[in-house]
Design a protein around this ligand. Structure first.
Ligand code: PLP
Ligand code: TYF
Length: 359
């Protein structure tokens, strides 16, 4: 019965990791998977994470199942972190938040919601997107066969910058009521984000066309070093009273890659609609994985819920974001010094986060 199964192509990014392991060159550098490394090129476990884990052991916390929607303290903390605790969407209980299996799992849940409740609605994705273009496409095309998609222009190789006109034109041309996938900050893989003024114009077109913004937020606090600054794009859309989808991940900003902790948030027009949407997200999650893992959720809830740990986290995030900026400075400096072609490398400094498109 399994004889007819064909070989799947390897994951393009994880393939780079395998090739890296197999290479014996002494000064090899892994530029594949987006995971933070220390100055010594080691993975980094945040001190606040160790402290939160110690707290959990001291308290003798159990490993009982979580409800389908996840840990209540986590869901509250994650929505407040994203929008700000005083945001009207929080105060008016208009956000349906469900814990997801990190960013990927949360995007997957959102894709299932779109497929189930908005059949035929198109998802428009930046070109290029995450994971050397394959990952988001895999989410929509392979896992969620029912969701049609297309791309909007994003990267302009001539300027090594944003193709803003192309982006606006393509979002405008998408069928009315499409879902527009946007990276909240530190666009993967280009490292190029719209300016605040450009975000306003993107919001204008999305509103004009009755599209729904669908944010992928994988780097809140990790890109600029500020949780608020990195959430500004999402908050701008919420402040316009729009419905918004937001997938969150704690892989990078808390270094919880393997804990698979994140969330899907749906900003609705009323508390009543939010309650209904949440019930449907749970219904979609139940047959997929039943309920999410507890460990990462407790870490996040403990860190965000404890003022001392929260401040320490912010300092560690600033440190990580600062080191990345520093590496960009050094890369820019040595490329500019060594390259005699006259190429302007300043885009390395204008881009943000761990990724850089160089040509
Ligand atoms: N979204 C973006 C834009 C990313 O860059 C990543 C990982 O690098 C993710 C989502 C999801 O990662 P995870 O599933 O580990 O949260
Ligand atoms: O683009 C990146 O590097 C991240 C990390 O199967 C990643 O999205 C890439 C591929 C993958 C898991 C994580």
């Amino acid at each position: 019965r399994f004889e007819g199964v064909t070989m799947a192509p390897p994951d393009p990014i994880l393939g780079v990791s395998e090739a890296f392991k197999a290479d014996s060159h002494e000064s090899k550098l892994n530029l594949g998977v987006g995971a933070y490394r220390t100055e010594e090129l080691r993975p980094y476990v945040l001190n606040v994470v160790k402290k939160a884990e110690n707290l959990m052991v001291e308290r003798g916390e159990n490993k009982e199942y979580l409800p389908i929607e996840g840990l209540a303290a986590f869901n509250k903390a994650t929505a407040e972190l994203l929008f700000g605790a005083d945001n009207p969407v929080i105060k008016q209980q208009r956000v349906a938040t469900v814990q997801g299996l990190s960013g990927t799992g949360s995007l997957r849940l959102a894709a299932a919601l779109i497929e189930r409740y908005f059949p035929g609605a198109k998802v428009v994705i930046s070109s290029p997107t995450w994971g050397a273009c394959f990952h988001h496409l895999n989410l929509y095309v392979k896992l969620s066969q029912g969701v049609p998609w297309s791309e909007y222009r994003y990267y302009n190789p001539k300027t090594v910058g944003l193709d803003f006109e192309g982006m606006i034109a393509d979002i405008k041309a998408a069928p009315e009521g499409s879902f527009v996938l946007l990276h909240g900050c530190a666009h993967n893989p280009t490292g190029i984000d719209p300016t605040p003024d450009q975000w306003e114009k993107i919001a204008d077109v999305i509103q004009e066309k009755n599209h729904t913004p669908f944010f992928d937020v994988a780097y809140q606090g990790f890109a600029s070093g500020s949780l608020d600054e990195d959430a500004a794009s999402v908050r701008l859309f919420a402040a316009r009273g729009m419905e918004v989808l937001v997938a969150q991940s704690y892989s990078k900003n808390l270094g919880l890659y393997a804990e698979r902790i994140g969330a899907i948030n749906v900003v609705c027009s009323s508390a009543d609609a939010a309650a209904r949407v949440k019930s449907q997200l749970k219904r979609l999650a139940r047959p997929m994985y039943s309920n999410p893992p507890i460990h990462g959720a407790k870490i996040v809830a403990n860190v965000v819920g404890d003022p001392a740990l929260f401040n320490e986290w912010k300092a560690e995030m600033e440190m990580m974001a600062g080191r990345i900026k520093n590496v960009r400075q050094k890369l820019y400096g040595s490329l500019s010094a060594k390259d005699k072609s006259g190429k302007d490398w300043s885009f390395i400094l204008k881009q943000i986060g761990m990724f850089s498109f160089t040509a």
